[in-house]
Design a protein around this ligand. Sequence first.
Ligand SMILES: C[S@@+](CC[C@H](N)C(=O)[O-])C[C@H]1O[C@@H](n2cnc3c(N)ncnc32)[C@H](O)[C@@H]1O
Length: 294
Amino acid sequence: MVHCTRTLAAGARCLQIQQLLRWGSAHLYRSGIESSWSEACWLWEAAGGGPAWRMDRRGVPPTHITIRFRRLVDARCRRVPLAYLTRRVGFMDLELAVRPGVFVPRPETEELAEMALTLLSTLPKTPRILDLGTGSGAIACAVANTRRDARVLAVDAAPRALACARTNVRRLGLSAQIEVRRSDWFSEVDGRFNLITANPPYISTNELSTLEPEVRQYEPRSALAAGEDGLAEFRRILAGLPFHLVHGGHALLEIGHMQARGALALANGMPGLVESKVHNDIGGRARILAIRWM
Ligand SMILES: C[S@@+](CC[C@H](N)C(=O)[O-])C[C@H]1O[C@@H](n2cnc3c(N)ncnc32)[C@H](O)[C@@H]1O
């Protein structure tokens, strides 16, 4: 890697865009990045080179773009998450800002947001929603952007997550619908909600060391780790639900795919529970615990 970077640096001034992209893609591939060509194109754009698929790749770019691109490729080879380098990520039909220190929203969580929207279509006007551990604000923004009458309180304990969520809410024009607040789960939350959503940390202590380097080394531990069995935060959330759901209210909680049995057992011990059900994702893995309260 270091060797090739030097090689590029030596002739960087006269390389065409297509040569740079090939260099980037080859490096990424050697570092274990499978979709290396498309990632090279994303990094090219993030370097300020413009959309790689729309340009004449025989052109020679300005030196500062080449240098920036090279740095981004090097960082990605060290397995810095792509989203931390491009500073954005797609979530449902939205483009969200993300930054280091903030959990990168995953496609699996889009399924939770979609379930939330389906549920909301059965509820009366101006539903109140609480999004616990909002991170970048992904679930809150996706729901509020589609359900324009919804009022959402989005909370997180991490200052960086709160700053990122506020940026997304403002950029997407959702400030009238979403309030972002610092809270240790329910500690600063008053009142009751029609729907509570959460994608809490759910990685067990043993599992932490098996995660991809991108996640293990760069994503915030406080967004991932949840004690010995991965259910420590889930328990805390469950304990607060009866005090914050309206009668007939719903909760949708993302869980780890091995946690269905443990999560269901905990939920079924909840006073006032009417129904609890685990939903699988499109890959058939248990993903979401849906709860209805009395
Ligand atoms: C797995 S991330 C999910 C982020 C976002 N909801 C998403 O799906 O992309 C978990 C989030 O919970 C937050 N969190 C962890 N412990 C918390 C606590 N005690 N109170 C509030 N938020 C917490 C983390 O800061 C992180 O943003």
